[in-house]
Design a protein around this ligand. Structure first.
Ligand code: CTP
Ligand code: CA
Length: 222
């Protein structure tokens, strides 16, 4: 298989993939997070590497092994992820934002374990930086691919995110559907692009889907 074979369509390209959840610390023993397993993001990184790309995988805490040929950068919080992505952004050809980044973090982290007291308690939250939106604002030739897990109004929310974040594609899935959620090995998505581009995929494994998504995107961007 040669350098320019169909199998190595992404040869010479640098792909940055973010995956998994982020953790936002409350105190030394507690944090806020979400149900992201990292499976879709790891599958995207594996597919990019198989297609010949130099692949950087910036991952929140997950229990998955690093795919062959992929460079792993481990991060914890949304802020860490932002910094890691920014360090690679300039030289990236494709940025695939599969990560489920926390939208809020505790305004302050307690340095000592918070002790329980009588009655209720309140944690004050502040917004994290929207990494994809930030990348969209400073986009040069990079192709930006976002992911959106929705429970309702999937197409409307996906299209909103495409414009709001200046992304090139949003891959959306309905997590209320069986076998298309966070822990699942399968997924069923619709990809939305500029100029009203829209394509629905069948239910398939996250590995197969990752490959088909990257094939589609590289063909369209060629
Ligand atoms: N994203 C990001 N930084 C954030 C939040 C989201 O980069 N702080 C990215 C995700 O990695 C994903 C895309 O934006 O690729 C869409 O994430 P999603 O949570 O669906 O979008 P939000 O704008 O946070 O909207 P929502 O209110 O639906 O959570
Ligand atoms: Ca969000």
């Amino acid at each position: 298989k040669g350098y320019f074979s169909r199998e190595h369509k992404m040869a010479g390209k640098k792909v940055v993939v973010t995956a998994g959840p982020t953790r936002e610390r409350i105190d030394p023993v507690r944090f806020l997070t979400n149900f992201s397993s990292g499976k879709m993001g790891y599958a995207m990184a594996a597919a990019a590497a198989e297609m010949g790309a130099e692949t950087i995988l910036i991952s929140g805490p997950v229990s998955l092994s690093v795919p062959t040929g992929v460079t792993l950068v481990q991060v914890e919080s949304a802020e860490d992820m932002l910094q890691a992505v920014e360090a690679h952004y300039e030289t990236a050809d494709y940025v695939v934002k599969t990560a489920a980044v926390a939208d809020y973090r505790p305004e302050a982290m307690a340095n000592q374990k918070i002790k329980k007291q009588e009655g209720n308690s309140t944690i004050v939250l502040e917004r994290t930086v929207d990494i994809l939106k930030q990348l969209g604002q400073h986009k040069k030739n990079q192709v930006l691919i976002g992911f959106a897990a929705e429970t309702n109004n999937v197409s409307q929310y996906a299209k909103d995110k495409l414009t709001r974040k200046n992304a090139d594609y949003i891959v959306a899935n309905d997590v209320s559907e069986a076998q298309a959620g966070f822990e699942s090995d399968t997924n069923r998505v619709t990809i939305y692009g500029k100029h009203g581009f829209e394509q629905a995929f069948e239910m398939m494994t996250k590995q197969q889907l990752a490959r088909q998504l990257l094939e589609l995107i590289t063909d369209k961007e060629a």
